[in-house]
Design a protein around this ligand. Sequence first.
Ligand code: VGL
Ligand code: ZN
Length: 204
Amino acid sequence: MAADSAVALVVVDVQNDFLPGGALAVPQGDAVIPVINRIARRYEQVVLTQDWHPADHVSFASRHPGRAPFDTITLPYGAQTLWPDHCVQGTRGAALADPLEVPHAQLILRKGWHREVDSYSAFLEADRATRTGLDGWLTARGVQEVHVCGLATDFCVLWTALDARRFGLRAAVIEPACRGIDLGGSLARAWEEMARAGIARLAA
Ligand code: VGL
Ligand code: ZN
């Protein structure tokens, strides 16, 4: 298929810990894999992201005595949902899912590695100031549009797509190649927010 190199695919966090049986399992998270394997062939430029936390990351409920996973706390940069320990650097849980088959992907971008700052977005950390460098990587290669897929729709896919718009890229989310966590209605809110931001919702 003729790949338009101005359009890149960003595959977000398809890692063992987000699959059924993982530390922060996304319901039906594994269902995205065959879809991604199929659609990725259409894109010349593909980026994979990995959530990549130190063992004592600030987003882990285990760092905050008296708090439980899925509580929300306030950090210097704002509200932070607390999670079970997940995607710890170098662990099996942090590895890309074995059945993910995107051999032509050129960049694997690791995010969330600052101990005191989370990063749902592949572009900007949760302090909303620290850039990962992905914007520069994409623009240096002539990319003007990103198609985002992976896990989870209402967290890392959402923030990545919103920040793509912030950096002046066209953005779309490929719905059948995503699954959400859905904490207190967050999945429906995510789709609303993406629609307001001008993010297209594509079928595979
Ligand atoms: C994610 C929660 C915590 C995600 C990562 O990939 O959507 N969600 N860390
Ligand atoms: Zn995380």
